[in-house]
Design a protein around this ligand. Structure first.
Ligand SMILES: C[S@@+](CC[C@H](N)C(=O)[O-])C[C@H]1O[C@@H](n2cnc3c(N)ncnc32)[C@H](O)[C@@H]1O
Length: 270
């Protein structure tokens, strides 16, 4: 199972060919933060002048930029940064009476401890966090670069909507491969386990996930992984996929939620 499309595969997931810099005219805090990040990632720190020279020579795959209020990655003309826009839009639609199938699939009561195996940009995690009064979301991400951008995003981003800020506090991002994490986690440790792997046939045109594609882990879900998810969950295991992908045909789900118009399905193992 899974996807191996060479056009979308995460060729940069393990790249060490990058550096860290700041935006123009950085303050002391930015410079310190950029140096700390470089050390954490075992990458060189280049000040702005050296960064401009390095870009002219273009030997690097990409570089991190520590701005005043956020950390982002620049790669050629692309920019990858954290923003909870999709969670916001989905909550707004739900408040206006539209269906949100993730909520139908999850059936949250508000105190759950959720394991999100595939954190990505954190949009699903933020939406679920918005419906937790006391619960918690543990979000795993195996790509170091996606994890780094989202971890800083969850920490630094401040939204005008309080529910987003409250929800982000409930999410604990962990840099880990779920395949390993699951196998070292005791039975029934979580109320719900959620898995949203990279799609086999993504909708490239409109996907909010396009910025993460080159950095993402595109490995598929195995039958043993599904057994591990069931073992670790006290309750449901929920999978997200596209109608035209193969995943749901290979998983013994009890219920499916979604619509033809969105093309997205949530399969639930009860
Ligand atoms: C489709 S995206 C998830 C999007 C996420 N649900 C959101 O709302 O932003 C899948 C993410 O899971 C990550 N991933 C894939 N396999 C993984 C694994 N074995 N362990 C941890 N993360 C993984 C990918 O790198 C990617 O960031």
């Amino acid at each position: 199972m899974g996807c191996n499309d060479s056009l979308i595969a995460g060729g940069l997931a393990d790249s060490k060919n990058f550096y860290v810099t700041t935006s123009d005219k950085p303050n002391r805090r930015q410079v310190d933060k950029a140096k700390r990040l470089a050390e954490e990632l075992s990458a060189p720190y280049l000040d702005k002048r050296r960064s401009i020279l390095a870009n002219r020579e273009s030997h690097h795959d990409f570089y991190y930029v520590v701005e005043r209020n956020r950390v982002l990655i620049r790669r050629q003309s692309d920019i990858f940064f954290f923003h909870p826009s999709s969670a916001k839009m989905r909550m707004r639609n739900w408040n206006h009476g539209q269906n949100e199938y993730l909520l139908d699939a999850f059936q949250l009561s508000g105190g759950e401890r959720i394991l999100d195996l595939t954190l990505g940009l954190g949009s699903d995690a933020i939406l679920m966090g918005g419906f937790l009064r006391e619960g918690q979301v543990i979000g795993l991400e195996s790509s170091l670069h996606i994890y780094t951008i989202v971890r800083y995003g969850l920490q630094d981003y401040v939204d005008p909507a309080d529910w987003i800020n409250e929800s982000m506090k409930r999410i604990t991002p962990i840099h880990a491969d779920y395949k390993t994490y699951l196998r070292t986690t005791p039975d029934k440790s979580f109320d719900l386990v959620y898995c949203d792997p990279m799609f086999d046939h993504p909708v490239m045109r409109s996907s909010g996930l396009n910025p993460i594609r080159p950095f993402a882990n595109h490995e598929g879900v195995s039958e043993e992984d599904i057994e591990e998810m069931r073992r670790v969950s006290r309750g449901r295991v929920v999978f997200k996929t596209l109608i035209r992908d193969r995943l749901l045909g290979q998983i013994p789900v009890n219920r499916v939620y979604g619509s033809k118009s969105s093309g997205i399905l949530y399969g639930v193992i009860l």
